[in-house]
Each structure stands twice: as structure tokens, then as C-alpha cells.
Design a binder for this molecule. Structure first.
Ligand code: A2P
Length: 280
């Protein structure tokens, strides 16, 4: 028997449950990044849903055991994409994102392949216009829905508003919307020029940009509707999905109710749905 005594033993790899491999990482600001990873072959989801993702936590100082550290993340890629995409905040002392922000291509993340969520077309009644209201990383589920053919099949107009503190925080959304023009699948399935259905309304609150102010204030004053060239939201024609920070979600929900819209669910489709953006 010949043994090669010089061959180094294979490095010991942690057995990560539900592991997926990171395929791309893009950093936008010191607070925001996006990444893509492999998708389990059997995983199905509806555009707009979220999953639990994360990393193994630090070893317990007493037992040495490691537990998975998981958070809910909206899937930013559409249901037909062979990979998965996520858009994340970086919180320097956040339990998960302080580590997650350092992932590189080839690293493994944990992904529990059980998608759920309310920001799905099934939770809304048929309508003419769909409004996507986002703040910060709340843009993620809309990055999925904007690449979903059903969005354009179901609606004549797709209005996406995105409010961020600073202009650089709009980059991920702006680049995504620009990329839609060249999206082969959408051009083929929906037809050339489908992107003309999209009205994009980015605003900033703490840095100068083309449009300043919170979307809620811009709607209350009527400025947003005038800028977009659309009528005030009403339950006959308009449907809406909300995803942002808690205060924003609550304020906008109240406004939509004042316009006469009612909250829908998977089992009881109505005029609008809400979901909270992930914060570490
Ligand atoms: P503002 O700068 O005026 O607080 P955050 O990064 O804190 O999650 O905020 C993201 C964006 O959401 C910010 O532009 C913030 O504006 C805005 N925002 C926060 N609360 C509300 C709210 N109740 N209604 C509308 N926009 C809000």
C-alpha cells in the first residue's frame, strides 16, 4: 500500500444546513449591498415573497456549539430566475448584517427554502394601476415584482416610489429599473416597450436630489400625483403594496385607508398589502 504522507488533509468544513453558494456581491454605500446565490433546485416561490437566510453564529463560549443566525429577507429576484438575489442593509453592530456584509463569491449562506409573504399578486383584486411604495431596503420585493411578467400582464400602469435618506441609496433601484429595458424575458413575454408602463418616483429626505421629501407628504400635498400625471389613488382602479420601515408602513396604510382602499391577504384579496422591510 502506498500512502502519500505529504498530502495535506482536506480542510475541515463546517456542515452548514441548507447551504447555498454566493455567486455575486455588489456594494452600493457603506449601509447597503446586494448579493446573489444559488437557488435550491426544488425551491418555488411567488415574486414578492421572503425567506429566512443567514449564517452560522459564533460558537457558544461554554459548549462550542454554533447556531444559525437567521433573518427574514425579501427575495429581490423574480420567481423565474435560476439564482436568488437579496438586497440588504449593513448594520455595524447588527447580529447578522455585521457579518453578512463581508460575504464573498464562493462563500456559503444558509437559506431555509420555505418562502412566504403578503406582497404577492394573489392578495390583490384586479385593478388598472399598481403602486409599489418602498423606503430603503424595502425596495427588495419590488425588485422581484418589477421583473415578474404578471405585473405587466395584470396592470396598465406600474408606479414605483422609493424614498431614501440619501441619493446614493437610490442606486440599486434606479439601476434595476434601467435594466428592465433590456430584459429579454419581459420584452419577449410582454412585448417591446412594456417598460413604458413604469412610472418611477424616487425621493430623498436628507440630501439634495431631483425630488425631495417623504412620499407620504408629497401625496398629501398632491404634488406626487401632479408630478406623475395620475389621479389620486382610489379603490376602483388602484392597488398598492407597501414595504418600508415601520413608521412609514403605518402612515401610508392609514392614508390608503382614507382613500378607501382595504387591506388584502392571500386568502382574502383586496386593494393593498403591507410588509415590513428587514432591519438587523
Ligand atoms: P426621514 O429622513 O425624513 O426620516 P430609514 O433609513 O430610517 O429606514 O428611512 C428611510 C426613508 O424613509 C427616509 O427617507 C425617511 O425619511 C423615510 N421615512 C421614515 N419614516 C417615514 C414615514 N413615517 N413616512 C414616510 N417616510 C418615512
Amino acid at each position: 500500500q502506498v500512502t502519500d504522507a505529504t498530502a495535506a488533509p482536506a480542510p475541515k468544513k463546517m456542515a452548514v444546513p441548507d447551504a447555498q453558494t454566493v455567486t455575486e456581491v455588489k456594494h452600493y454605500t457603506d449601509r447597503l449591498f446586494s448579493f446573489r446565490c444559488t437557488r435550491p433546485a426544488t425551491m418555488r416561490f411567488r415574486s414578492g415573497e421572503f425567506v429566512m437566510i443567514g449564517l452560522m453564529g459564533d460558537p457558544d463560549p461554554k459548549t462550542g456549539r454554533q447556531k444559525p443566525l437567521l433573518r427574514a429577507y425579501s427575495i429581490a429576484s423574480p420567481s423565474w430566475d435560476e439564482e436568488l438575489e437579496f438586497y440588504s442593509i449593513k448594520v455595524q453592530d447588527g447580529p447578522l448584517t455585521s457579518k453578512l456584509q463581508h460575504i464573498k463569491v464562493g462563500d456559503e449562506i444558509i437559506l431555509r427554502p420555505k418562502p412566504v409573504g403578503t406582497l404577492v399578486h394573489d392578495a390583490l383584486l384586479p385593478g388598472k394601476h399598481i403602486w409599489f411604495f418602498a423606503t430603503g431596503t424595502g425596495f427588495a420585493p419590488f425588485a422581484s415584482l418589477l421583473r415578474e411578467p404578471q405585473t405587466y400582464e395584470d396592470y396598465d400602469e406600474v408606479i414605483i416610489t422609493h424614498t431614501c435618506r440619501e441619493a446614493a441609496e437610490l442606486t440599486y433601484g434606479r439601476e434595476l429599473i434601467e435594466s428592465l429595458k433590456d430584459d429579454e424575458l419581459l420584452n419577449e413575454v410582454i412585448g417591446e416597450g412594456f417598460w413604458k408602463k413604469i412610472k418611477y418616483y424616487p425621493t430623498t429626505t436628507r440630501e439634495e436630489s431631483a425630488k425631495m421629501g417623504r412620499i407620504t407628504d408629497l401625496m398629501r400635498s398632491g404634488e406626487a400625483f401632479a408630478d406623475l400625471g395620475v389621479a389620486q389613488i382610489n379603490p376602483e382602479t388602484d392597488r398598492a403594496m407597501i414595504c418600508g420601515n415601520l413608521a412609514f408602513n403605518l402612515e401610508l396604510k392609514e392614508m390608503l385607508e382614507e382613500y378607501g382602499l382595504e387591506e388584502g391577504a392571500n386568502s382574502d384579496p383586496k386593494h393593498y398589502v403591507v410588509e415590513k422591510a428587514f432591519l438587523d
